[in-house]
Write a protein that binds this ligand. Structure first.
Ligand SMILES: NC(=O)c1ccc[n+]([C@@H]2O[C@H](COP(=O)([O-])OP(=O)(O)OC[C@H]3O[C@@H](n4cnc5c(N)ncnc54)[C@H](O)[C@@H]3O)[C@@H](O)[C@H]2O)c1
Length: 254
């Protein structure tokens, strides 16, 4: 469900479709796990299963990277980790700011997974003067008055918004005016951004609503099968084909 706007074309500059880009982190996660177990090569079927993606789609995705694997051997795990990391821009350090250091912002600041993937939390910003100077995850919270200077001083291009919905657009406008060109929005609202700014939206409650829909359908099918009024049809699992755009993660284009 697209709930905001992104101004990127469906195909990126080097001819890699957005749906492929959205699957690259899934491959990378699976490959990193293999690399940690010192597995040297992997077949497309094994990797597809580990990433929860259809193997034909995986081979097509890797062809955009110029990676075709070796017949009978598969793909070189380390080289693919490097290739995908490079394609995603993860071979460089990305300073990130988090705005809104409440329950969610603090949890995000404390999450170690960003740093290990090249996203360094450069600053934490909140509008509450009582929070200024207080450390969260070892980083002192700074006041929103200094937002523009913080962005400039840290060369930040990625901002995370974890404020209440009512404040999110104004925070977004200030981030963009200060030079931020990519925003990860957790606030339940649609953000309007100018051309050239990417917004991704994460909404766990929408994911839960989709699961609730499937639960309701499963319960209906079970009732129909026990009273003999209808056939039992399979409910799509996590690794199933999710349509033309494919197996995309829970984060949505805004
Ligand atoms: N996307 C998801 O899955 C998901 C999950 C949980 C919460 N949320 C959303 O994340 C947001 C934060 O939730 P929370 O539970 O952490 O709320 P919270 O009330 O604990 O924290 C919000 C923080 O934002 C700060 N703030 C308010 N206005 C601000 C502004 N203009 N600039 C900077 N900081 C400002 C507040 O001082 C507070 O510290 C909410 O919009 C909530 O709906 C989203």
């Amino acid at each position: 469900m697209a709930t905001g706007r992104t101004h990127r074309p469906a195909t990126r500059s080097r001819g890699i479709p957005e749906a492929t880009v959205a699957r690259l982190p899934l491959y990378l996660r699976a490959l990193t796990a293999l690399s940690e177990r010192s597995v040297p090569t992997v077949s497309s079927e094994e990797l597809a299963a580990a990433a929860g993606v259809n193997s034909a789609k995986l081979r097509k995705d890797f062809s955009y990277l110029g990676s075709y694997g070796t017949r009978g051997v598969g793909y070189d795990v380390e080289y693919l980790v490097y290739q995908i990391s490079r394609e995603l821009g993860l071979t460089q350090d990305w300073p990130v700011v988090i705005v809104g250091i409440g329950n969610l912002g603090a949890a995000l600041a404390n999450y170690g997974g960003f740093a290990s993937r090249g996203f360094r939390v450069a600053a934490l910003i909140d509008a509450d003067p009582a929070m200024a100077g207080k450390p969260v995850a070892g980083i002192p919270v700074q006041h929103t008055d200094d937002l523009e200077k913080i962005i400039e001083d840290n060369g930040v291009s990625i901002g995370v918004i974890a404020t209440p919905a009512g404040a999110a657009q104004q925070v977004c406008d200030r981030l963009v005016a200060a030079g931020v060109t990519s925003i990860l929005n957790f606030a339940p609202t649609v953000l309007n951004v100018p051309e050239g700014v990417d917004v991704r939206k994460v909404d766990l409650s929408i994911e839960l609503q989709i699961l609730a829909f499937h639960e309701q359908r499963k319960a209906g099918e079970e009732a129909a099968s026990t009273d003999g009024t209808g056939p039992v049809t399979a409910v799509r699992g996590e690794s199933g084909d999710k349509g033309p755009d494919g197996d995309v993660p829970a984060v949505m284009p805004a």
